[in-house]
Design a protein around this ligand. Structure first.
Ligand SMILES: *C/C=C(C)/C=C/C=C(C)/C=C/C1=C(C)CCCC1(C)C
Length: 156
C-alpha cells in the first residue's frame, strides 16, 4: 500500500500525510479483524466473527476509497504508459484486497471444521501471492518507468 503511494509521485507533504492516514487505517483494519479471525466457533454472520468483520470493514473501505481516489487523480497527470500501469495497480488493489473479506466469510457459507480452515487458508494464500508478488512487480515497473523519464523521480 505504501509502495503504491510512493509511485504516485505526490508532493512530499501530501505523500507523508496520505501514508500516515492509510497506515493508521490499515492497523485498525487488522486489529479489529483479529478477534473475529481467531474465533473458530462462530459460523454465522450474527456472531462475534461477523461483528468484528463488520468493524474491520469500516477502515477497509476508507483505505480503498482514499487510495483509489488518489490513484485516479495521479492517472490524470501521468503519462499514458504510466497511467495504464497505475490503473492496473488500482484494479489489482481492489481485486486482491477485496478477496480477504470474502475468504474471511468462509465459515458463513456453511463450511466448518477442516473444510472452513482450508478454504480460509487457501483463499488468503492466493490473495497474498497476487497482493504481494504480483503487486510488487507492477509497482517496480511503475517506479522503473518513471525513474527513466521523469526528472526528480528517484532512480530505480
Ligand atoms: C498482503 C496482505 C494484504 C494486502 C492483506 C489485506 C487484508 C485485508 C484487506 C483484510 C480485510 C478484512 C476485512 C475487510 C474484514 C474481515 C477481516 C479482514 C482483516 C480479513
Amino acid at each position: 500500500m505504501v509502495e503504491l503511494v510512493l509511485v504516485l509521485a505526490l508532493p512530499k507533504a501530501a505523500t507523508k500525510s496520505l501514508i500516515g492516514k492509510l497506515v493508521i487505517a490499515a492497523f485498525l483494519m487488522i486489529a479489529l479483524g483479529y478477534p473475529g479471525e481467531v474465533d473458530r466457533t462462530s459460523n454465522s454472520v450474527m456472531s462475534s466473527r461477523g461483528f468484528w468483520g463488520l468493524l474491520s470493514t469500516i477502515p477497509f473501505l476508507y483505505i480503498l476509497v482514499t487510495l483509489l481516489g488518489e490513484v485516479r487523480k495521479a492517472i490524470g497527470t501521468a503519462k499514458p504508459e504510466v497511467g495504464v500501469l497505475l490503473r492496473n495497480a488500482g484494479l489489482l488493489t481492489l481485486l486482491t484486497w477485496g478477496f480477504y473479506p470474502i475468504a474471511f466469510m468462509a465459515p458463513f457459507y456453511g463450511a466448518s471444521g477442516a473444510t472452513a480452515e482450508v478454504a480460509l487458508q487457501a483463499g488468503y494464500s492466493v490473495a497474498d501471492i497476487a497482493a504481494k508478488c504480483g503487486y510488487g512487480l507492477l509497482i517496480f515497473a511503475i517506479a522503473s518507468l518513471r525513474s527513466h523519464d521523469e526528472p526528480g523521480f528517484v532512480k530505480v
